[in-house]
Structure formats: C-alpha cells, structure tokens
Design a protein around this ligand. Sequence first.
Ligand code: NAD
Ligand code: LMR
Length: 339
Amino acid sequence: MFAARRAVSGAFQTRAFSASARDLSKVTVLGAAGGIGQPLSLLLKLNPRVTDLALYDIRGGPGVAADISHINTKSTVTGYDPTPSGLAAALKGAEIVLIPAGVPRKPGMTRDDLFNTNASIVRDLAKAAAESAPNANILVIANPVNSTVPIVAEIFKAKGVYNPKRLFGVTTLDVVRASRFVSEIKKSDPADENITVVGGHSGVTIVPLFSQSSHPDLVGNAELLKRVQFGGDEVVKAKDGAGSATLSMAMAGARFAESLLKAAQGQKGVTEPTFVDSPLYKDQGVDFFASKVELGPDGAEKILDVGKLDAQEQQLLDACLADLKKNIEKGVTFVAQNP
Ligand code: NAD
Ligand code: LMR
C-alpha cells in the first residue's frame, strides 16, 4: 500500500519547469519530526537551493510537512508515513539525505550509550537509502556519529553501492561551537573565527587546532578545550532530561547541506569539516576521520590533512585516534553480527 501523503505548494510548478535539471535538488530528512528534524526542515524550506523537501519520520512526518509547506518559498514539501513504500518514496531521487533519526542523550549518558538503540535505526534507514537513493549524499547526524557512519558504509558496501565520496558524518556543530566560544573569549565576531576541529564527534575525539587559528595563545587553555570537546554535555545538562542540542544542530546541519548544494551547483572552494572515509590515518587502523574536506559535484572532492600540530595538539590527536579506532570497529562489528 502506498501510504505517502502529500502537502505540496503549487508555486513550485513554475520553478520546476523553468529550472534546469542541475538546479533541481531534492533533500530528504529522516527523523523530520524530531527535535533536530523540525528546525532543520524549516531551515531547508528557507533555502532557495532546495526545490523538493521530503520529510519522513516514524510519527508526525505529514504534520510537520503540512505546517512547513505553508511557508511562502517555492519548494514543494512532502510528508511521508512509516511504511516501506513511504520511506522509499521519501528517498527516491534525493540528492541529499540527512539522518537525525535516533534517540538523544540524557544527563549522565555518553554518546556511546546511544549505540544500542541508534545503531539499528541507522542500519535500517541506510538499507532503505542504499536501495532507493544509492547515489545520494548521506549526512549522518544520529549519534554516536563515530560509529553510525561506519554502519552506513558497511550497509552500502553489502548492497554493492558504497561511494565513500558521498558519505558524511556531520561534525559541523563542533566548529560552530569552537568559533563561538573563541569569540566569547576574544570579544570578536564569531564569523571571523575560523577554528579547525579534527578527529571525530565525541569527547576526546574532538580535537580543536587553535595553533592554526589567529589565536595560537589558546593552545593549552584547558577550559576552552573542555567546552569544545564537551559542549554537547553543557546542553544535555541544561535541558535536564529533555534531550540534547537541537537548534544549534539544525543550523549546523542546514549549513552543511547548503555547502553540498553550492558545490554541486558548481561553486568552487567550498570546504567543510566532516567525518569521512579518510586516507589520513588508515595506516593506524582508523578508517574514518573528520578533517576539512573540499566539496564538489561528486561529493567529497579533496580530503585535507590536519597540517602542522603543536606538541599538545599531537597528544590530543593520539588520544583521539585510540578512541576513534574502537568506535569505528564497534560500528563495523555491529553490521557483521546484525546484517
Ligand atoms: P528526538 O528524539 O527529538 O528526534 C528523533 C526523531 O527520530 C523522532 O522524531 C523519532 O520519531 C525519529 N525516529 C526514530 N526512529 C526512527 C526511524 N527508524 N525512522 C525515522 N525516524 C525515526 O532527537 P533529536 O534531539 O532530534 O536527536 C536526534 C539524534 O541526533 C540523536 O541521536 C542525537 O544524539 C543526535 N545529535 C547529533 C548531533 C551532531 O552533532 N551530529 C548534534 C545533536 C544531536
Ligand atoms: C552535540 O554535540 O550536541 C550532540 O552530539 C548531542 C550530544 O549528545 O551531545
């Protein structure tokens, strides 16, 4: 039974016929009715590069779609119910698939504590994406990102459609936070603070490289380092059981999707930090790593290496790699044991 429900704004038709195929960009959000999913979908509706927005959730997708579809921008918005055909229809033809589906932390939990629940959610959504949108850019937001990204990779490999250039763990929030926290210390405009953050997306795997910023004096600032590595915990604690970062994450996810669309539409020099299948530390058994990545029409065009590190940063990186290796292995093992 085809259970997808549609909520379409008529204005799109004019644009659809006048735009070239290259300019038609369907973006799908899986988990669209959640704390991140709703504001993320809102921001995507405001993005003129998005022409077709598909909102899927196990509950509430059509309601969120109906609401957002009244916003007077040209894109269509379609909500989908949780049936296999609804999920397939949400995914079909997508250029970008964002996955914020999954449970968030409560105080006292680590991101790894979410693994048991979120691993199977991400695995099943990855299977659907591999079948219905094998060429899409897959943007994984669901935690623990260090493990959920390898899970998606293993599923796409098993289905014979893995393209490492099109799989991204969204770590944008780490650089968003780093630039904001630095600007608070330096009394500067965060837009001018370009802080490189490498590694992964949890605790000590988040490695800011202040030596490469315009404030090398911040290397060794333990309080700032803690805020960047454990910024997510600040929000979890403040929300006091009601979840983790949603609004700042929505902004970060929308920024990353916008960068991919810009690059797909021919803009050069678009670079974002992201957790990808990376050659940088494969010799140490670490197959995925977040660093700056230049984006292009085919996804991840060029993976930039971490550059010159301060001795303290090198120590942080060593600790990061040890944890990251275990997190990645956990995701790979999960799929091997629970295909
Ligand atoms: P939430 O509980 O508010 O929303 C999750 C949504 O996912 C819900 O609407 C739920 O119905 C839906 N969902 C659950 N299983 C699904 C499935 N199989 N298919 C489709 N939808 C499904 O949680 P949230 O606050 O939006 O957080 C979502 C995830 O994002 C969490 O795992 C959280 O840890 C993670 N997160 C990641 C980052 C990051 O920087 N990468 C930042 C913040 C949160
Ligand atoms: C974050 O960094 O805010 C997210 O990963 C959510 C969390 O659990 O902290």
